[in-house]
Ligand binder design. Structure first.
Ligand SMILES: C[S@@+](CC[C@H](N)C(=O)[O-])C[C@H]1O[C@@H](n2cnc3c(N)ncnc32)[C@H](O)[C@@H]1O
Length: 412
């Protein structure tokens, strides 16, 4: 008997849940698509390996992990050089960031001696790949923990980090109607999923809309990530003293819930194509939405953290010395070939670095949010502007979100 495809099996499971419970909120549908215990897209670890559906900054250039290591070394050094400093990476994907980070960290022996690298990874498939990538490559103590394990270690000194993790949390989709906001649910008709607007599924969503003063025009949609502010509040509570760093795409609320974004920011990713058929191929495609940085900051501040900065990835990486990673131009001119350096590789390397920092590419689509808990250094190097002596450049101009469609933003 032929074994059915995981996506067909997941589709049957979701349909069975809907048959029992009635239409489910889109957030529940998205949770099952991405995190079903055996059939979920991330549980199976199918999208990022080999860059099938998406590539993150961690996979683009080693400078990303290395520059973050420089930033964290400063947090440790100026934070009084504690004997033990925990660096916790959430959703480490393929483990590339961890490898690059630790390679750079070992350049400072005292920092490396204090560092404890903790990876938080729910997917057994991804955890396996991380273990094999990191095995035998570093003398820094490395361990894996789940959320309960972190709770048990709290409160500690260190830095908590997430790159492109919160955008993959399930979102509630709300649509404006003349009768007020309705929540998009997923139902089944004739064996196919379809979207249906119903009353809001719970008081937390109602509270969020009220707190954020979100007023949607009839037909305007917004994706509401209730899990991200809860996660931020939880991470802040883990720290006795330290920083939380979130790198992701997103906006302040005033630029996010605007009528121009008529369908919100949710996108599906499959084989490097973005589209809006969210109910297609359950468990086979990535689903992601932009973050609401205003809500994240509010949640952090409500737990006593201080927002130290919200900047672009370009500014952050350039301030930390991204240009140090540019290959010597003479290599690309061909002179390097004499020293055994492949000039084509040198050009490819340079292009990859440009992808991380150029405006219009990842440089301004991604933001870096830095939070401080307790008595910690605030004027961090990544938040400084060493080049800003009068003139603004494209990379240093004030944050003004480009008004492009979400699909344009993710595709260029
Ligand atoms: C787009 S991948 C990003 C991978 C990686 N950070 C990188 O830079 O390549 C999103 C990852 O976040 C993970 N994730 C989602 N929710 C999480 C949570 N609550 N805690 C830890 N990881 C989570 C997913 O399993 C997935 O591996």
């Amino acid at each position: 008997m032929p074994v059915s495809h995981p996506s067909d099996r997941l589709k049957s499971e979701i349909a069975a849940e809907i048959a029992t419970r009635g239409p489910i909120p889109f957030a529940r549908f998205m949770e099952l698509c991405l995190y079903h215990p055996t059939l979920g897209y991330y549980t199976r670890g199918i999208g990022g390996g080999g860059g099938r559906d998406y590539v993150t900054s961690s996979g683009i250039h080693r400078a990303f992990g290395a520059l973050l290591a420089r930033q964290v070394e400063e947090m440790w050094r100026r934070g009084g050089r504690p004997d033990i400093f925990q660096f916790v990476e959430f959703g480490p994907g393929e483990g590339r960031f961890a490898a690059d980070f630790m390679r750079e960290a070992t350049r400072s022996p005292a920092f490396a001696a204090a560092l404890r690298y903790v990876l938080v990874e729910a997917s057994p498939a991804l955890q396996e790949r991380q273990r094999s990538r990191l095995k035998g490559r570093t003398s820094i103590p490395v361990s894996w923990a789940d959320e309960a394990g972190l709770d048990a270690r709290a409160q500690f000194t260190g830095c908590l980090f997430a790159n492109e993790v919160l955008d993959a949390f399930p979102v509630h989709r709300v649509v404006g109607t003349p009768e007020g906001p309705r929540e998009i649910h997923v139902a089944v008709r004739d064996g196919e999923f379809l979207e249906t607007p119903l009353p809001l599924s719970g008081p937390a969503l109602e509270r969020f809309l009220a707190e954020s003063a979100i007023a949607l025009e009839p037909g305007q949609e917004a994706d509401i990530n209730l899990a991200a502010p809860c996660w931020i509040a939880w991470t802040v509570g883990l720290l006795q003293r330290g920083h939380v760093v979130v790198v992701d795409y997103g906006y302040e609320a005033e630029d996010l819930y605007v009528p121009e974004r008529r369908r919100g920011t949710l996108l599906a990713y499959h084989l490097h194509r973005t589209h809006e058929d969210f109910l297609e191929r359950p468990g086979e495609q990535d689903l992601t939405a932009h973050l609401d940085f205003t809500a994240l900051r509010r949640a952090a501040e409500s737990r006593g953290a201080r927002c130290l900065g919200l900047t672009t990835q370009a500014r952050f990486l350039l301030a930390l010395g991204a240009l140090d990673f540019l290959p010597d131009p003479s290599v690309a001119d061909g002179e390097g070939a004499r020293e055994g350096i492949d000039p084509v590789e040198a050009i490819r390397d340079r292009e990859a670095l440009k992808e991380l920092v150029l405006p219009g590419r990842m440089g301004d689509r991604f933001r870096v949010l830095v939070l401080g808990v307790g008595d910690v250094p605030r004027d961090l190097a990544g938040l400084s502007r060493p080049w800003a002596r009068g003139e603004e450049t494209a990379a240093t101009a004030p944050l003004s979100p480009p008004r492009r469609s979400p699909a344009e933003e993710r595709e260029n």
